[in-house]
Design a protein around this ligand. Structure first.
Ligand code: PLP
Length: 442
């Protein structure tokens, strides 16, 4: 660990850290990172999918530098900062829809809170439905609709009232059997049952869904489930809200991951990569829904600040120019094929799934029981990082593979070699339990 472990003095509170490996990064270049000893790492995490364009992008840095020399930011709540207006127009264009508006926040979590407020105000209803094992953020609103970790909810109550959770349609570990059509119906029946027995549908404001359940393990739901759920929302006057914070901005080979499901969500919640590396959150929705709130219902001094908006605009310009969605589809297929080859070699890989460059590798004790193997997930992540591949696990047992979208084929090949070595070491019992003295994982 040595002097690369900047956490040794313990000045940062433990409740903000989920440790995997003791390293701090000094520099980055595209999909590469360098620690303070100059050691190189291939980035398979993209700073939790918040660095889609990769690290050290010169064009973004120049745009930020220029903006900061002119004016870093000036409270958008009082004056019309051009950069925020320009970005709002661009974001609406990306949805391909009309009469849409944007409402800014500084983080994804705040943007989720904004969507909760908008849904309640617009519908005049209070109840919100989201999914068990979902992560939507750390503010009171966003953590109240999250249901992934007891530590997020312990000791701090009461949380937001009127929140209900249903099960995400995970087909690998289906609670309702292997027949997909039957399982889809059974997952939808959870909601129908609730509407019949304890949850008046006319009091439900919105359903919040991640079109790919990120922190649950990058679980991709069946398209028909999403479409049916959407239909149920429309039948009952419930808003369908998509959380695109982790999956948006070309991560899955589309601007927004909901596009894979041919639905038109009422609110699109963005965060992470939207800011081109700087903090930004946004909700995109119809003017009609936005008009449900009056100022100052959701204002933050720093939200929509000019420097962040310039970074975002530049990033979008580059993603468009590079035809990034097409590239992500191709790279994603390449990487998934390589990972499936590893599956032939290692029995503990239960499934490789995902869209574009949002890929989960589900580790199991064996393929008969498909029991989650969190021991392997933390140990293989640890050994991979040690050997120069930055990688963590989510959903207890899935390797989270979300590299910067600019990753090269050569880097992907090298990363697979490192991963292969880590799997081999795990199989041979060469990664001891002592790593748990540091590594905790989700
Ligand atoms: C799906 C999802 N929603 C919301 C959030 C919260 O975003 P932020 O950390 O920017 O507040 C995250 C962050 O991990 C996320 O993955």
């Amino acid at each position: 660990m040595g002097n690369n472990n900047y956490d040794e003095k313990g000045y940062v509170a433990k409740h903000q850290r989920i440790p995997y490996y003791p390293v701090a990064f000094e520099k980055g270049d595209g999909a590469l990172l360098y620690d303070y000893q100059g050691k190189e790492y291939i980035d398979f995490l993209a700073s939790a999918s918040s660095a889609n364009l990769g690290h050290g992008n010169k064009e973004v840095a120049d745009a930020v530098y220029e903006q900061m020399q002119n004016i870093t930011q000036y409270a958008c709540v009082y004056f019309q900062m051009k950069e925020a207006m320009d970005l709002a127009e661009k974001l609406v264009t990306l949805t391909g829809r009309h009469n849409m508006q944007v409402s800014y926040s500084t983080t994804g979590s705040e943007a989720i809170d904004n969507a909760i407020k908008l849904a309640r105000a617009y519908t005049g209803r209070s109840k919100i439905i989201s999914f068990a094992e979902a992560y939507h953020g750390s503010t009171y609103g966003s953590l109240s609709i999250s249901a992934i970790s007891l530590n997020m909810r312990r000791k701090i109550g009461p949380l937001l009232p009127d929140i209900y959770h249903i099960n995400y349609p995970d087909m690998l570990r289906s609670k309702y059997g292997k027949d997909e059509d039957k399982a889809i119906e059974a997952y939808l029946d959870e909601l129908r049952y609730a509407f019949e027995h304890y949850l008046p549908s006319e009091e439900v404001a919105a359903i919040f869904m991640e079109p790919i359940a990120g922190d649950m393990g990058l679980v991709v739901p069946p398209k028909r489930y999403v479409q049916e759920l959407y239909k149920i929302c429309k039948e009952h006057g419930i808003l369908f809200v998509v959380d695109e914070i982790q999956q948006g901005f070309c991560r899955t080979g589309k601007w927004f991951s909901y596009e894979h499901f041919d639905i038109e969500p009422d609110l699109i919640v963005c965060g992470k990569s939207i800011g081109g590396g700087l903090p930004l959150g946004a909700v995109i929705g119809s003017k009609e829904i936005m008009d449900a709130l009056d100022a100052p219902a959701h204002v933050f001094t720093m939200s929509g600040n000019s420097t962040v908006c310039r970074a975002s605009l530049k990033m979008i310009e580059i993603l468009e120019r590079e035809n990034m969605n097409q590239k992500v589809v191709e790279k994603g297929e390449y990487l998934k094929n390589k990972l499936r080859q590893l599956m032939n070699k290692y029995e503990i890989i239960g499934e490789v799934r995902g869209l574009g460059l949002s890929i989960g590798v589900d580790l199991v004790t064996d393929r008969q029981t498909m029991k989650k193997n969190s021991d392997a997930a933390v140990k293989i992540s640890y050994r991979s990082i040690e050997n120069g591949l930055l990688l963590i696990s989510v959903g207890q047992n899935s390797l989270r593979i979300q590299p910067p979208l600019v990753i090269t084929y050569e880097q992907m090949d090298k990363a697979i070699d490192i991963l292969d070595g880590a799997f081999e070491d795990y199989r041979n019992g060469k990664i001891g339990d002592e790593i748990f003295e540091f590594a905790k994982g989700w």
